[in-house]
Ligand binder design. Structure first.
Ligand code: NDP
Length: 250
């Protein structure tokens, strides 16, 4: 049995088919939560994660939706609320990169990253806002990035989206604190997923040199922090940004 008791909690994890989101979904389910695994294109991966959870005795299902689309996100949320009656834990993990120096970055690359990472986070929060108000309880955890704190050459779009997530997190935390809802952000550093394996070796080596712990992080290490923020053990923590970055941002 895990040290966190999330029995009967309903959790929605966006982008839960792969990488960090997959690990978050598996970890939440291990603690007893019923997990809705949102995906955009990775259907078979999402269904596989759900299958793995169910065969281990947990509860999970995969739900398709592009969270950058306001009305489709509304429809996804409506479907989830109809079936489960509530969402107790929302993890906004879906994210994309389109890296380039600003001089070469085109409008589509800028918009795509802002629409997925920042607006996608707004969209789920917006459509679950009344759900959380009614519950007078709940946890919203938004996945930001150290890029949103430090900035990063070649990632102006991504860093802006992740800094935006921090402002969104703190604002919603202030709006909902009186209703007993905690809203926090997790800012990972470099974590071993498809997102970082796509980076050139030279970039990764440079990154490693910036990390006091001298290694990349693992998705499990981000998921552990999300679990803590999803549990009642963090009930007095809201509006915070917790870096899981091997010391990069200290
Ligand atoms: P991956 O590239 O491995 O996975 C990204 C996930 O986001 C996929 O599951 C993808 O789903 C989903 N996604 C993308 N766009 C959408 C969309 N429009 N609607 C729904 N889902 C979407 O990334 P990571 O696991 O590495 O990253 C997860 C989060 O952590 C991201 O927000 C990222 O910015 C953040 N992060 C990652 C770091 C790292 O070093 N890896 C560092 C700091 C932050 P699908 O495959 O179905 O399209």
């Amino acid at each position: 049995m895990s040290e966190y008791d999330l029995k009967d909690k309903v959790a929605l994890v966006t982008g839960g088919a792969r990488g960090i989101g997959k690990q978050i979904a598996i970890s939440l389910a291990r603690c007893g939560a019923k997990v809705i695994i949102n995906y955009r294109g990775s259907r078979s991966e999402a269904e596989q994660v759900a299958k793995e959870i169910v065969s281990g005795g947990g509860a999970a299902e995969a739900v398709q939706c592009d969270v950058s689309d306001y009305s489709r996100t509304e429809a996804m949320v409506a479907g989830i609320l109809e079936k489960y009656g509530r969402v107790d834990i929302l993890v906004n993990n879906a994210g994309v990169t389109r890296d380039d120096l600003v001089i070469k970055m085109n409008e589509d690359e800028f918009d795509k990253v802002i629409e997925t990472n920042l607006k996608g986070t707004f969209n789920t929060i917006r459509h679950l806002y009344r759900n959380f108000m009614k519950l007078r309880a709940g946890k919203i955890i938004n996945i930001s990035s150290v890029s949103g704190i430090l900035g990063n050459a070649g990632q102006a779009n991504y860093a802006a989206s992740k800094a935006g997530i921090i402002g969104l997190t703190k604002s919603v935390a202030r709006e909902l604190a009186g209703r007993n809802i905690c809203v926090n952000a997790v800012a990972p550093g470099f974590i071993e997923t498809d997102m970082t394996s796509a980076l050139p070796g030279q970039t990764l080596e440079k990154a490693r040199q910036m990390i006091p712990k001298e290694r990349l992080g693992r998705p499990e290490e981000v998921a552990e922090t999300v679990l803590f923020l999803a549990s009642e053990k963090s009930d007095y923590i809201t509006g915070q940004v917790i870096c899981v970055d091997g010391g990069m941002c200290m």
